[in-house]
Design a binder for this molecule. Structure first.
Ligand code: 13P
Ligand code: 13P
Ligand code: MG
Ligand code: MG
Length: 366
């Protein structure tokens, strides 16, 4: 059976500040999606949040980039924004960068990850959601899942994975893409995806079957808006088991809380902390950046689940390490590498200050 899994998300207002989503907003979204399940447009759905981002997880049979599905997500965000305004939520409608829907939510602010698949007899899927970081945050975990044999031993010992995976990489600034094959091109792959501010892994495919293994949202809000309007707070869908890595191999990269950009005012590096949905409440210095993961068994399009994958105590050490790294990074205050390099900062006073002080700069006599 062909089924499309669409995850569409937006920050339409924070409670309190940028720290969480208000329960009434989640209830409103639930109401909207229930209507569309009843009408038959959706096969199934699950509404959740990651920090201040509202997440619509939907299954249907309309394929990717379908106008009706995108319209339903857009309308849900618009309705939610109205409610967010009456509640006085912070940054109500923050990620809706356009006033009118024109057929597709791409480029309008919300983040999107979609895949149309031929559902397998058993189809475990893992949906990763992040807050307080940008789209390149998935590069390292996706590399580890699909290309690193020290993470995914299946690459070595499971025939179904032994042929490796191919990575579709997007240059988010120049709007170009390239596909690179693992294992033979991993050095070429890493020169790009090791620079996640510019190059983001959009999708991963099994080389044995050609099937899609993973897809992420690569929308860069600041590039769309031309100014800072909050971080991208990306999502990523990963299929598991069979020709794909096992569930535990997919989750394992998050046992290392690697440094990502985001955190306070979108302008700092901080550790990517894996947490349960309940703990996705980034409050310390508006962070540190969070990642949640919901697991489902997709069965004839039904989202059997969710299981809150990072609720597991085996991620306690990663959380502890993330807190220790957060302490360490915070002590740098406004200095790099805690603060992002000048050209990467979402917030900056530099142009104004440079103009004000220009006349006081003297040439060095060298
Ligand atoms: P089971 O034998 O419990 O199905 O586990 C297989 C597996 O892939 C574990 O990673
Ligand atoms: P969000 O992108 O999650 O809204 O966070 C914005 C911010 O500036 C936090 O300090
Ligand atoms: Mg926000
Ligand atoms: Mg957010």
């Amino acid at each position: 059976m062909k089924i499309t899994l669409s995850v569409i998300k937006a920050d339409i207002g924070g409670y309190v500040g940028h720290s969480e989503s208000h329960p009434d907003i989640l209830a409103k979204a639930e109401e909207c999606l229930a209507r569309h399940k009843k009408s038959g447009l959706l096969v199934d759905y699950h509404v959740t949040k990651c920090g201040d981002d509202l997440q619509l997880i939907m299954t249907h049979q309309r394929g990717e980039e379908n106008e009706e599905i995108h319209r339903l997500a857009w309308d849900t965000f618009v309705e939610g924004t109205k409610l967010a305004k009456t509640l006085g939520l912070y940054g109500a409608g923050q990620d809706l960068l356009s006033d009118a829907f024109s057929g597709n939510v791409k480029g309008m602010g919300p983040g999107i990850a979609e895949m149309e698949i031929e559902e397998r007899k058993s189809e475990p899927v893992l949906i990763f959601m992040a807050d307080k970081t940008s789209s390149g945050a998935w590069n390292m975990p996706l590399y580890k899942m699909f290309a690193d044999p020290f993470n995914s031993i299946g690459l070595v010992i499971a025939l179904s994975m032994h042929e490796g995976f191919s990575f579709e990489v997007h240059d988010v600034k120049d709007h170009k893409k390239i596909t690179l094959n693992s294992p033979e091109e991993i050095y070429d792959l890493l020169i790009y995806i090791g620079a996640p501010g510019r190059y983001a892994v959009k999708a991963v495919y099994s080389r044995a079957t050609g099937e899609i293994a993973a897809v992420s949202s690569t929308q860069r809000l600041s590039l769309i808006a031309g100014r800072y309007v909050g971080k991208d707070d990306p999502v990523c869908i990963v299929r598991s088991q069979g020709v794909f890595p096992a569930v535990g191999e997919v989750l394992e990269p998050f046992a290392f809380p690697h440094l990502v950009e985001g955190w306070m005012r979108g302008s700092h590096h901080g550790p990517f902390m894996p947490v349960s949905v309940a703990d996705s409440i980034p409050s310390r210095f508006d962070g540190p950046p969070r990642v949640t993961c919901l697991g489902f068994q997709l069965t004839e399009g039904k989202l059997v689940g969710p299981r809150d994958m990072f609720a597991d105590i085996s991620f306690d050490n990663a959380r502890q390490q993330a807190n220790d790294v957060a302490d360490y990074m915070r002590r740098h205050g406004p200095f790099e590498p805690h603060r992002l390099p000048l050209e990467e900062m979402e917030y900056t006073t530099m142009p104004e200050i440079a103009e004000k002080l220009a006349f006081r700069f003297e040439d060095l006599q060298e």
